[in-house]
Write a protein that binds this ligand. Sequence first.
Ligand SMILES: N[C@@H](CCC(=O)N[C@@H](CS)C(=O)NCC(=O)O)C(=O)O
Length: 232
Amino acid sequence: MIKLFQYPPALGLPNASPFCLKVETLLKMAGIPYELVNTIDRGKGPKGKLPAIDDGGKIIGDSELIRLHLERTYNVDFDAGFTPEQRSVAHAFARMLEERLYWIAAHDRWVLPENGAIIARAFLPTLPAPLVGPVLWFAARKIKRAMHHHGVGRHSREDMYAMGIADIRAVAAQLGGKPFFMGEEPKGIDAVIYAFMAQLLVPNVRSPLNEETRRQANIVAYCERMKARFFP
Ligand SMILES: N[C@@H](CCC(=O)N[C@@H](CS)C(=O)NCC(=O)O)C(=O)O
């Protein structure tokens, strides 16, 4: 059976890593049996990140490579029924969230001091109190450095949030009044949209991205629908 290495659940979500939540949602969507291995050791992934899977001894890291592996090995098409144009739209939305919005959301989670207490409780529950401040400081420095190399960290806060909010509004506009992101039934893209939007609806996290997502009633209802369907 596939083993899915993921961070332990936190913040009231099946997983507080959008990439881990994406993979678990894909596995559920495809009806492929799996076993969860909760770990904070990102070295369990071949690329020093999680999620990763072990499928009969084959170790794969990266949610997108895992999706490709599932499609090829289990004869699944997560976009079944889509036209080539719809596949392109789904592809572009996934990359938008994974490659840009992710970093702005990571900033709000790990860098904004106003979220320090909730983050410490969620992710460092057993750490001795004197170590919490330094660990959060190192985490914030790591994210800021990564954001700087990415480029998004070089913008003013105003510009960065304008970009993040534009991404969320694009999701809301494409979703519209449909039950799932691109139609009546969930497809692979829904694993990504849900995994990312659910992070932005965690109560009590203060950030312009969370406020914008909460204002988008169709995204809120969509996340409830996805949760009811895949994580009842
Ligand atoms: N492209 C990867 C991204 C995975 C990723 O960024 N995982 C984060 C958690 S959300 C991680 O493990 N970060 C640890 C680190 O960068 O040291 C995927 O799609 O799986």
